[in-house]
Write a protein that binds this ligand. Structure first.
Ligand code: EPZ
Length: 450
């Protein structure tokens, strides 16, 4: 081949490499033209974090069970794949899912799924208490923290499980003559949501009484307890820091409605506040939003209760305030990033302290790209409010950070491009469509090349 041919081939190859690089970086993104006022009503979907735990809870049932108001999210569909891999038959019809776990045989959850969805670790309690053995891969960390599970493991050990963690898998089994977990008194060092859910589910079919002290009190814990009790479990005290479970022999069929997603609801309330718009948020339980509503009102956005399922934002001049994330009923860590977006354009100084996760301030750098004035020291962010943000291309780093960047884009002057939508799609159903229905100028670019 003479030199010329080689040159042509090389330039062709270069074009191909460039095309591959460009294509490989072409990702979906949201394009938001900020500054629009919002108006209208938005219906909130079922709660992701309740649905995920309750899906694990369907493994406790030895009959069909049905869940309604299920959100259509990447995480939910992935949890469905985990259950299917364990032998559960699932039928979906819109937001109604039917589960038939009668053929639950497999005791090993697939690593390739558990490593992508932490919540799938919740299957360990139900599998162990129903089948006496469970092999579930350690979920591993994620961008917001190391996410250990030792509180889950210690709870199961207190109930008589023999647990060996090797090669990244938690192997739990019942030893010798004990073919059932035994009720125990368990004190949680930290009111962990997941650990409370794992122990509560395992205890439903254990022998005797289990007491969980310093339990998490989130509404999702109450919803899970309601679901288990509707199958015949005997759980009292969910929603308080002491939960008592009397073990029973079996759990039967049920039909359960997932509670509304309080974090999605608060995210939309924040959208009303940051765009100085009056919007209505429906199909929610305002009782689950008390700490968030108190903070909205403190910074100048009144939240009016229209009826038992509906709130309306009455926005005003926003002024800075301090937030510290805490276990429920404290200010929710899952609203910290979204609220920080609000504080960047609130008058005066604010301090945001993240006490729940060790690395949940990664949205700060992206908000700074939009002109926010934020300084981070340890788990604290000090924010000096600025008159306005400016649109910019930004990258979501985790689920709630992506929501925060959308909020910032709605308020910013100019165009914001939010990339990293795989984070957003895990936890928000039809987000851009919901914002479009409120009048936002937001659209999904299927192949954005940054
Ligand atoms: C649940 O995670 C939620 N996820 C999270 O929502 C939420 O942020 C969190 O609760 C707190 O409210 C689901 O329900 C699927 P934790 P979970 O156990 O159960 C430490 C979202 O954005 N800890 O209460 O994992 C842990 O490291 C997600 O929707 C231990 O040290 O939360 C963290 O610092 C993000 N050892 C703190 O407790 C353990 O064994 C809170 O974790 C367990 C937890």
């Amino acid at each position: 081949m003479d030199l010329e041919d080689k040159t042509i081939n090389t330039s062709t190859q270069m074009k191909q490499v460039e095309a591959n690089v460009v294509n490989s970086t072409a990702q979906p993104a949201l394009e938001i033209i900020g500054g629009k006022n919002l108006t209208g009503e938005v219906k909130i979907s079922g709660a992701k974090n309740s649905a995920l735990a309750i899906m694990a809870g369907t493994l406790l049932c030895d009959d069909d069970c049905r869940l309604s108001n299920m959100p259509n999210l990447v995480d939910i569909n992935m949890m469905g794949q985990v259950l299917t891999s364990l032998g559960v038959k699932i039928k979906k019809s819109g937001s109604v899912w039917e589960f038939n776990p009668r053929d639950l045989k497999a005791v090993k959850a697939p690593y390739e799924l558990v490593s992508q969805l932490r919540a799938s670790f919740f299957v360990i309690g139900p599998i162990l208490t129903r089948l006496g053995v469970a092999h579930v891969p350690l979920p591993g960390g994620c961008s917001i923290g190391s996410r250990p599970v030792e509180l889950h493991v210690r709870g199961l050990q207190a109930m008589g499980a023999h647990v060996v963690i090797e090669h990244g898998v938690v192997n739990a089994s019942l030893q010798g003559r004990n073919q059932r977990l035994q009720g125990a008194k368990i004190f949680l060092d930290y009111p962990s949501v997941g650990a409370t859910e794992t122990i509560m589910m395992a205890a439903t079919l254990a022998e005797g009484e289990t007491i969980i002290e310093n339990a998490a009190k989130e509404p999702e814990i109450v919803d899970l307890a309601d679901f288990c009790n509707s199958m015949g479990a005997k759980i009292v005290g969910a929603g308080t820091d002491t939960i008592i479970i009397q073990g029973v022999n079996r759990l039967g069929t049920t039909d359960h409605d997932i509670i509304p997603d309080r974090i999605e609801a608060a995210t939309f309330l924040a959208a009303g506040a940051i765009t100085h718009s009056e919007i209505i948020v429906t199909s929610i339980n305002p009782e689950h939003l008390i700490s968030a509503i108190a903070k909205f009102e403190e910074i100048g956005c009144k939240v009016q209760k229209e009826d038992e399922f509906t709130l309306r934002t009455l926005p005003g001049q926003l002024k800075g305030s301090d937030i510290e994330t805490l276990p429920y009923p404290g200010f929710p860590t899952d609203m910290q990033a979204q609220f920080m977006a609000l504080l960047t354009v609130s008058e005066g100084n604010s301090v945001v302290t993240e006490t729940v996760f060790e690395n949940r301030l990664r949205h700060v750098a992206e908000l700074q790209r939009m002109g926010a004035n934020i300084k981070v020291k340890g788990n604290c962010a000090v924010i000096a409010g600025v008159p306005f943000l400016t649109g910019a291309p930004v990258m979501a780093t985790d689920l709630r950070a992506s929501a925060a960047l959308v909020l910032a884009g709605l308020a910013a002057r100019g165009t914001t491009i939010v990339q990293g939508l795989h984070h957003l799609d895990r936890g928000y159903q039809d987000l851009e469509a919901k914002f479009q229905s409120l009048g936002a100028d937001i659209k999904r670019l299927p192949n954005y090349q940054g």
